[in-house]
Design a binder for this molecule. Structure first.
Ligand code: 6PG
Length: 243
């Protein structure tokens, strides 16, 4: 059974980031208590940056970093030192600032052949989550683009129909940039999924995503609905202005 999404509206992006960091800590405690490791797939883009900064500062001492395993929901096909690299952003804001063992960080390789790198990441995940039809992340953090995409699942893309692969190569048509993304079933097997959405520019699309029936290939963010997990939308007032 799908759980209904919880929609939470915050006065500003800072309040939203604090709430997201608080959830990260809560779910980390929950997972470590149950099974000794906390697995998280992080979002790229701008919105989660502040969350990562908070985790690396104010929240740092509330997390047992050696039990945290970092994965990525998607990556841009660029080297890890490129300004567009999600790994670069997460490394700068979080990974380089906390005592997480290097072997706990599983980046998606952006340089080289995208298809091969997608396959390698799938293999890496299968080794980490052995014997499972789908991996079960304790937490996936997600953003939403102004066109309704999430991770690198873009409107109308073939990637939206993927039913067996865990990781695939895809492409952002506007920038013609190759991307690598986890697939919809992977996100939908997570224990907790959290969307972070801020800014007036996203208000119209967000209202469509949350208030129109799901199932359209036009609004990939609607496809994220963990079957046995929680789904929360953390939204700031500006993005929520048309809800
Ligand atoms: C990426 C993402 C992507 C992002 C949205 C929102 O690598 O770009 O994972 O799905 O979350 O595009 O991006 P902003 O937070 O920058 O608006």
């Amino acid at each position: 059974m799908e759980n209904p999404a919880k929609i939470l509206i915050f006065d500003n992006p800072e309040q939203l980031a604090l709430a997201a960091a608080e959830r990260f800590v809560e779910y980390a405690h929950e997972a470590v208590h149950d099974g000794a490791r906390f697995t998280v797939a992080l979002a790229g883009g701008n919105t989660p940056k502040r969350v990562y900064e908070l985790l690396a500062t104010e929240f740092k001492d509330r997390i047992h970093w050696s039990s945290v395993y970092i994965f990525f929901g998607d990556e841009r096909c660029v080297p890890p030192d490129h300004p567009d690299s999600n790994y670069r952003m997460v490394y700068a804001t979080l990974i380089s600032k906390v005592a997480i063992p290097a072997e706990n960080v599983h980046r998606i390789i952006g340089e080289g052949d995208a298809h091969t790198n997608a396959q390698s990441y799938e293999q890496e995940l299968k080794l980490f989550f052995p014997g499972l039809l789908w991996p079960r992340f304790d937490l996936v953090l997600l953003g939403m683009g102004e066109d309704g995409h999430t991770a690198s699942l873009f409107p109308g893309s073939e990637a939206l129909n993927e039913k067996s692969r865990w990781v695939i190569k895809t492409r952002m048509d506007q920038s013609r940039q190759d991307r690598i993304t986890l697939t919809i079933p992977v996100f939908n097997h997570a224990a907790h999924a959290i969307f972070l959405v801020t800014g007036k520019g996203k208000a119209k699309r967000l209202a469509e995503v949350l208030h129109t029936p799901s199932g359209s290939e036009r609004l990939p963010a609607q496809t994220i609905q963990p079957a046995e997990g929680s789904l929360e939308w953390l939204i700031d007032k500006s993005a929520a202005s048309l809800l």
